[in-house]
Write a protein that binds this ligand. Structure first.
Ligand SMILES: N[C@@H](CCC(=O)N[C@@H](CS)C(=O)NCC(=O)O)C(=O)O
Length: 235
């Protein structure tokens, strides 16, 4: 449609400056950001980053050089995944991920903070433990489970963490629970948090998650833009 309009000369096109998303497919923080951008239908110029060889353009715009980073209109930069998720939903929230009754808001933020500030630390110690430090790995795994049992308890009361519909909290936490599960998937499925397993498996099986896990080669400065909105778009 757009192409035919351009060809017939019936529109004057000014180039739309889609935000740039520096991302890494397997990074749970970047997944959280991509889930938000995808559900919001925000089109970005996707730049897949190789963490061992970060592009100069990323280092220049975000010296702490973690992914994800969202660059808006070439000036404003959002450096934190949670902020990108919330920014996307502030643009458009068709699934109501932000809508809740007021009193829940503080609880929701607290659960995400616990994920980021406590659970993720234990998860890294579990996931990246050296092979000869089995006891330490198991201790970290036990600490992770304190959080997981808390999630499971919530999920026994409702299909999602805050009721019967998904909220941004589900999406902010999902990639980290997935990361935990994938350290030892067979063992994870033997654990007594069946509501959590049902929640995780359900969200991972959905189109939304599949859409944010599409593979891209690392971005090179000379590459044409990869327009992305949860799935690849035609440039
Ligand atoms: N607080 C940041 C953390 C992001 C983060 O740590 N991302 C990892 C990848 S999963 C990263 O970029 N690490 C830098 C590196 O490995 O060099 C956020 O929420 O966006």
């Amino acid at each position: 449609m757009l192409k035919s309009l351009i060809q017939t000369g019936s529109v004057t096109l000014t180039r739309v400056e889609h935000p740039i998303l520096y991302s890494f497919r397997r990074c749970p923080y970047a997944m959280r950001a991509r889930l938000g951008l995808s559900v919001a239908g925000v089109t970005v110029r996707l730049r897949e980053v190789a963490l061992k060889n970060k592009p100069a353009a990323l280092l220049q715009i975000s010296p702490k050089a973690t992914v994800p980073v969202l660059v808006l209109a070439g000036v404003e930069v959002i450096h934190e995944s949670l902020d990108i998720l919330l920014w996307a939903l502030a643009q458009n929230d068709p699934a109501g991920w932000l809508s809740t009754d007021g009193p829940q808001l503080a609880l929701m933020a607290a659960l995400v903070a616990e994920n980021d500030q406590v659970f993720k630390g234990h998860l890294d110690r579990y996931k990246y433990a050296s092979r000869d430090a089995v006891e330490e790995a198991h201790a970290a795994r036990d600490q992770c489970e304190v959080f997981l049992f808390q999630l499971d308890e919530r999920l026994r009361r409702g299909s999602y963490l805050f009721g019967e519909r998904p909220s941004y909290v589900d999406m902010a936490i999902l990639p980290f629970v997935r990361q935990f599960a994938h350290v030892d998937l067979a063992w994870f499925h033997t654990r007594p948090y069946s509501a959590l397993i049902r929640w995780l498996d359900g969200l991972l099986a959905g189109d939304l998650f599949a859409g944010v896990m599409t593979k891209y080669p690392p971005w090179q400065p000379q590459d044409p833009d990869t327009l992305w909105s949860g799935s690849p778009l035609e440039n």
